[in-house]
Design a protein around this ligand. Structure first.
Ligand code: ADP
Ligand code: MG
Length: 312
């Protein structure tokens, strides 16, 4: 195993889905990034961005078209078994046999990994995902949230150093979502590297150390969460003035200024450095009388939207 320091290393990963009767679909377009060990890493992107495709390539469920991927230092082509052993995946789609009980589902999974009976963690895992009292219930009688938690337990049966959750909170109510996150954070504190895909920005913002964003199969951001949020410090003020604007004014406190109408200006500034008052004072100094002002406070959602728009 190479000591790369990365839990997952993806280089120029590409996937084209062939489809009968229509053009091939480029779902991943030369995506490269590392997931550092020990982190909670968020993979964000709108529906159809390519998140599940990427995860499923790592899981060995989808065959890539190009590029390379390493899981815990193991190349997925050269060492597929070791790569698979190093990762536990909670798939987006809930699929399992409705006639197995949670206990049986975990025992079967442990059997698949060749884990001897005395080393199995069935009871511990059931308790960790709060399914002890459902241990012997048919899976089909479990709620959506319980099934999702059972899938998390199943992914952890072989104690992988990496846990990947693909849209784990879709269809899970708020209380259970919190329980799921508590468990995931506990695993992370115990040293498990966590990757989660989501399109809930707030969730990613709260949980993730680092966030990568993909859109239309392309990587468009990959930064510590704090740095990404700092981008949300950009604030925009829209100002209407009393006369037609001939020359667009400029001032040191403006990051960007644009004439959006005969008498309107859109000015971007950093709210951690200047306030709206400074911006308006600068305009008045230019001899412009202000008729109307509106401001906009961007959050991570705006950053996300502006990034995905710029890359469209
Ligand atoms: P995400 O998980 O981000 O929503 P996906 O990886 O599921 O995105 O899908 C990425 C793109 O690839 C989408 O346009 C989707 O329609 C397409 N796609 C996914 N799976 C298949 C498949 N098996 N065959 C053809 N196209 C697919
Ligand atoms: Mg998906």
């Amino acid at each position: 195993m190479t000591e790369t320091g990365a839990a997952i290393r993806i280089d120029q990963l590409t996937k084209t889905y062939a489809s009968k009767g229509s053009a091939p679909k480029l779902a991943l377009d030369s995506v490269s990034f590392d997931v550092p060990r020990g982190q909670i890493f968020g993979l964000l992107g709108p529906n159809g961005a390519g998140k599940s495709t990427l995860i499923n390539i790592l899981a060995g469920l989808v065959v890539k078209s190009g590029g390379t991927a390493e899981v815990w230092g193991f190349d997925i082509d050269q060492h597929p078994r070791n790569a698979k052993r190093s990762i536990g995946i909670v798939p987006q789609e809930i699929l399992f046999d409705p006639f197995f009980t949670p206990r049986e589902a975990l025992e079967i999974q442990a059997g698949l990994y060749g884990i001897p009976a005395h080393q199995r963690r069935t009871a511990e895992l059931l308790s960790a995902v709060r399914l002890t009292d459902k241990a012997n219930a048919y899976a089909r009688t479990l709620s959506g949230g319980m099934k999702r938690r059972l899938l998390v337990a199943k992914a952890m049966v072989h104690s992988p150093p990496i846990l990947v959750l693909d849209e784990p909170t879709a269809g899970v109510d708020i209380e259970l979502r919190q329980q799921l996150w508590d468990y995931v954070q506990q695993l992370n504190r115990d040293g498990v590297t966590v990757v989660l895909t989501t399109h809930y920005l707030e969730e990613a913002e709260q949980l993730c150390d680092r966030i990568a964003i993909i859109n239309h199969g392309k990587l468009i951001a990959n930064e510590p969460t704090r740095a990404l949020i700092a981008k949300a410090q950009d604030k925009v003020v829209v100002v209407e003035v009393d006369r037609d604007i001939e020359t667009v004014p400029d001032a040191a406190c403006f990051d960007r200024v644009e004439r959006t109408g005969e008498r309107t200006l859109e000015i971007q500034y950093r709210k951690d450095r200047v306030n709206a008052g400074d911006v308006l004072a600068a305009l008045q100094k230019e001899g412009l009388q202000i008729i109307d002002v509106s401001t906009k406070d961007p959050d991570l959602e705006d950053v996300f939207l502006s990034l995905t728009r710029a890359a469209a």
